[in-house]
Design a protein around this ligand. Sequence first.
Ligand SMILES: Cc1cc2nc3c(=O)[nH]c(=O)nc-3n(C[C@H](O)[C@H](O)[C@H](O)COP(=O)(O)O)c2cc1C
Length: 222
Amino acid sequence: MKILAIHGSPRTIRSTTRRLAGIVLEGAAVTGAETEMVDLADYRLISCTACEACSLTGTCIFDDDVPALVSRMREADGIVFGSPVYIDNVSGQMKVFFDRLADAIHYQVLAGKFGCAVATTHESGGDDVVEYLNHVLNYLGVMSVGGFSVATAGRSEAVEEAGPAARELGRKLAGAVRNGFSDPEQEAILADNRSYFRTVVEENRDFRPEEYERWVRMGWIE
Ligand SMILES: Cc1cc2nc3c(=O)[nH]c(=O)nc-3n(C[C@H](O)[C@H](O)[C@H](O)COP(=O)(O)O)c2cc1C
């Protein structure tokens, strides 16, 4: 089992968000999961220009690191999203990455996976950012097992103090991958999303026949 954490702090190895996501991975690793950390700031991410090429061809016009990151998410069983709070939202790095996931969202290429979310902040916006990260996981077809934020008020020890909760979240994520996890509210959201994106897949049937066939095989198009 593979659990992949992706965090959007530009502070990379000095990042408190990275540390928090790392503790979540430690919790998963204790149960035997293989874990990986992605520092988004170390990768080339070009902002989406809404050219719609991906929608028609499945391939972005930009030759950067996003396709490789999507492949890594596809190979993972569990995904941890982490972001620092920047002006009450995710960091720019995280948002540029998310905007480039539109095609992965439309075609639900990560459906069936499990995830969770963490954020750190000085004071404000932490829970809203966790909610947003989980919302993006749901958009991707990923069921979240939860998440939480840490407001450090400048004290880096605050992240270590949150260690038990972070480890527990990692254990829960690994447990969901192994044994399943049920949340009727999210299941309804995931079903609604699929029914909404089905219209996109149907409209693009002539351009993306392989994806259309995959949706038929998955039973998402009758
Ligand atoms: C550009 C920028 C914007 C920030 N915006 C907020 C904010 O709106 N509210 C807040 O409480 N902290 C804010 N912070 C503080 C960070 O959220 C906080 O230091 C976070 O833990 C940094 O995480 P990192 O070490 O992973 O980068 C901001 C920091 C930066 C650099």
